[in-house]
Design a binder for this molecule. Sequence first.
Ligand SMILES: Cc1cc2nc3c(=O)[nH]c(=O)nc-3n(C[C@H](O)[C@H](O)[C@H](O)COP(=O)(O)OP(=O)(O)OC[C@H]3O[C@@H](n4cnc5c(N)ncnc54)[C@H](O)[C@@H]3O)c2cc1C
Length: 487
Amino acid sequence: MSKKTAIIIGAGIGGIASALRLAAKGYDVSVLEKNSEAGGKMAQFSQEGYRFDMGPSLFTLPHLVEELFALFGKRMEDYLGVVELPMTCNYFFPDGKKIKAWSDREKFLDEVQNSGVTRQVVEEYLEKQSFLYTHTADFFLFNSIHKPSTFVGDAGKKSLKALHKLDVFTSMHQRNQKTFGESHLVRLFDRYATYNGSDPYRAPATLNMIAHLEHNTGAWFPKNGMYGILNALKKLAEEESVRFLFNTEVTGLVTSGREVTGVRTGDCIYPASVVVNNTDITLFYRDIMPNRQKLRKLMKRERSSSALIFYWGMKMKSELDVHNILFSNDYEAEFRGLFKTKLFADDLTVYIFISKKVVSNDAPDGCENWFVMVNAPENVGQDWEEETTRARELIISKINSMLNLDVEKKIEFEQIITPEDIEERTGSVHGSLYGHSSNSPMAAFLRHPNFSRKYKNLYFTGGSVHPGGGIPLCLASAKIVDGMIDD
Ligand SMILES: Cc1cc2nc3c(=O)[nH]c(=O)nc-3n(C[C@H](O)[C@H](O)[C@H](O)COP(=O)(O)OP(=O)(O)OC[C@H]3O[C@@H](n4cnc5c(N)ncnc54)[C@H](O)[C@@H]3O)c2cc1C
């Protein structure tokens, strides 16, 4: 009997994870990717002796990657070495205060009690985030909330029973302010809203659970950089006979009745018994399966933030860590800029990520590879040249004053990407990093399901559909799709 065939549209991390899961089910799998290489938002480039991860830099829940190797009786460590970071982030505040967020709970509690908040308050807060995660993850992250069976299953019952404790109707900021009443810690924990491109002043306090991942379960880093995760999964996929077709843009679906029978790429048709779409869901209804009504609905919803990134080859060795944050004076103004005026504020929080701190080959001796990022509004046609020039000046003066450097003198290589570039390269509509924003309590329910109601063999994975963006959630979306196929 011939094998059933599966086509995955897009070689982002969600697409590759879905390809692996279908290969493990015995499907003959092909991944069709418009770009010349895999990864989508999770890309890398090397130039002039420096290597840069272009997208994600934070890696939590590595067991979700491990699971993919286990599907084939293999071990992640044979493909991908990871280290646990002793410090999740090195924080610098405009008033000169510094907080090192140690992964070790006791060490972190020692560090923050200098802020005037007792250990007990911080410890109870972290326990609360652990409670939120354990009472929501199975329901919201690892199951389809678009299937009635999830609501009546164990995961649904557990979440519904704890509903009154899930902090749905308070904002992240309100909860943090009420808990700590101390500006540095409020800022430190408000920042977790940006892990899914949201606004802490509006996103529900349930999302404070994001802090649980770093503070309670650990922050990890691949020994050969973030792209190492993608390379390892792609290698595994190729070993399991998954075919990758690059420079192959899907332009349409071929359907018959309630079934998708294949996908179209210009002049070719690829037959399929199952199709999994990994492209941005808005792009899908705009370009691949045009549907004006769905498109209008998706375009009306607020999108997550984007990013402006400077990749700097630095001729220096700094005292910084892998992940570093230099906070602005007015955090609220930054989020007004991101979601209302759609322009940068006059002071910006700057994130500096240096993979060289773990991967010694990522920069020449005596040098460092700085990934300098500020959150940016979605691309709605702003003058990015002007915005980039303005942001660059703000960033440089902030780094100089907060780190006591003359940073421009140290930059020997520079490349920049704007939200417009991210949109162009990855197909993410408006350059949003995480699909739609999570700025309302209903956002989780409004995300697109992982299946099509119209076609019984069409599924959706990746950061723009349920359960949302970021590597762990993209991997979760592939797991949900896995559970639905042949179910
Ligand atoms: C700057 C930046 C920083 C980030 N930081 C983090 C972080 O620290 N931690 C974290 O967990 N996440 C982070 N993210 C988010 C994370 O990278 C994404 O959520 C995740 O990589 C998205 O994966 P995906 O499966 O949705 O696919 P995507 O990466 O969106 O890939 C979709 C693929 O589909 C392809 N495609 C589009 N149209 C077509 C077509 N018509 N035919 C064929 N192929 C097509 C695209 O070329 C692309 O390769 C960051 C993202 C960016 C950009």
